[in-house]
Design a protein around this ligand. Structure first.
Ligand code: C2G
Length: 130
């Protein structure tokens, strides 16, 4: 049983999020997703997500390609989460390329290409303009 782990906020869920989760699942048998907590988002982006953490968790958990979700409380705890879930592969979008290479002794680290043009920020901007 090969476990894949990935992380993200997944705010205002869109097809770019779906694509990376589907591709991550294809690399193994079980996909575990760490959802950034609202508090972690405040720290990272100095604002709350549009969808709060329990809603983001519910949405991701309902996807066919996702087996388990948990709350990611800190960016620095990745090694602990990888051990806790016994993950063999960490998947991140290539906006994070190189940032998690230090975890390579613990598990395989794979960066997947982001889906072009779509982002939560651009969706919010579009809604504002309309
Ligand atoms: N993503 C993608 N294509 C897009 C937008 C996002 O492939 N057009 C990917 C990102 O690369 C990331 C995942 O979808 O792997 C979730 O994106 P975000 O919610 O923006 O995640 P982020 O805030 O970068 O949080 O511990 C790391 C962080 O929790 C990652």
């Amino acid at each position: 049983m090969k476990t894949i782990i990935t992380f993200g906020t997944f705010d205002v869920f869109h097809v770019g999020h779906l694509n990376i989760l589907r591709r991550a699942k294809m690399l193994g048998d079980r996909l575990v997703v760490g959802i950034s907590s609202d508090a972690l988002n405040m720290k990272k982006k100095a604002r709350l997500p549009v969808y709060l953490q329990n809603e983001r968790m519910e949405i991701i958990e309902a996807l066919r390609c996702v087996d388990e979700v948990f709350v990611e409380e800190s960016l620095e705890l990745k090694a602990d989460y990888i051990r806790q879930f016994n993950a063999q592969t960490l998947v991140m979008g290539d906006d994070w390329r190189g940032k998690f290479d230090h975890l390579a002794p613990l598990c395989e680290v794979v960066y997947l290409t982001r889906t072009p043009t779509i982002s939560t920020t651009s969706i919010i901007e579009t809604i504002k303009i309309r």
